[in-house]
Design a protein around this ligand. Structure first.
Ligand SMILES: NC(=O)c1ccc[n+]([C@@H]2O[C@H](COP(=O)([O-])OP(=O)(O)OC[C@H]3O[C@@H](n4cnc5c(N)ncnc54)[C@H](OP(=O)(O)O)[C@@H]3O)[C@@H](O)[C@H]2O)c1
Length: 237
């Protein structure tokens, strides 16, 4: 693996928390494989980063689609080695369970839960072979506290938390860190405009979350921050 370039794969890099994670990691000298469906958004903000833009490699990936992930990995695996994966891509519906269509529920679970598992499965063999790696999952406070209008979303995030917690125990011996981040409300496009108009003044900023996640990631000593809960100072909205 020595001739491959070490990189951090961030999913859902086109907006919100994933965009700020990509910028923060790139500014700190990491090579970021920045994936999403809307790669033009990644290309646009990357251009504004001057010398750091060279650290961002945009690639179109739909995480809910296994062939899309495989195509990404096959295209880049001769040049890059993924030493860290940040599972950030995510969607929700904010509807009561009875109003969610089966298709909406499937898309939420396919993206948030299965998409993250597909990404982990893609990078895990090389991490195990290399005896190092970091997997960061952007979960949510819904894994800790009950929110209405979030049934499929809560199921998907709780599912990924359970998967990650079990995986962590299996791969400690391989020096692979599994870190779950549980954010409360952050000011991003995942929220309806009406909610942002009312509450954005007290939501966390995606920039602050990204800086904090980078700090956690950059702890390269013999510890792992396994689970981090972060909320707006004024509490949940
Ligand atoms: N904002 C909050 O209050 C909050 C709180 C807790 C947790 N989170 C979590 O934070 C993560 C990021 O959300 P955000 O708030 O930053 O929302 P956002 O601005 O809507 O960003 C969501 C990102 O996910 C990507 N995405 C969605 N479906 C995808 C798919 N099938 N394949 C690939 N990428 C996909 C989107 O990219 P494309 O559409 O270009 O593909 C976009 O980059 C999510 O996992 C969310 O659950 C957010």
């Amino acid at each position: 693996m020595s001739d491959l370039k070490k990189s951090v794969w961030i999913t859902g890099a086109s907006s919100g928390i994933g965009k700020q994670l990509t910028i923060e990691f790139a500014k700190n000298g990491e090579t970021v494989l920045a994936t999403a469906r809307r790669t033009s958004l990644i290309e646009n903000y990357s251009k504004e980063l001057g010398e750091f833009s060279k650290n961002i490699i945009p690639f179109e990936v739909n995480v809910s689609d296994v062939p899309s992930i495989q195509n990404f990995f096959n295209s880049l695996s001769e040049k890059f080695f993924v030493s860290a994966l940040i599972n950030n891509a995510g969607i929700t519906s904010f509807k009561p369970a009875e109003k969610d269509s089966l298709q909406e529920i499937k898309e939420i679970v396919d993206t948030n839960l299965l998409g993250s598992i597909y990404a982990i499965k893609t990078v895990l063999p090389a991490m195990i072979e290399n005896n190092s790696g970091t997997i960061i999952n952007i979960l949510s406070v819904v894994t800790q506290k009950v929110f209405t209008g979030s049934s499929a979303y809560s199921a998907s995030k709780a599912g990924l938390k359970a998967y990650a917690d079990s995986l962590r125990e299996e791969i400690r011996k391989n020096n692979i860190r599994v870190i779950n981040i549980l954010p409360g409300a952050a000011k991003t496009a995942i929220w309806h405009t009406s909610v942002l108009e009312k509450h954005s003044h007290r939501m966390m900023s995606p920039e602050d979350i990204a800086k904090f996640v980078y700090q956690v990631y950059s702890q390269k000593n013999n510890l792992v921050a396994e689970e981090i809960v972060m909320r707006p100072l004024q509490g949940d909205i």
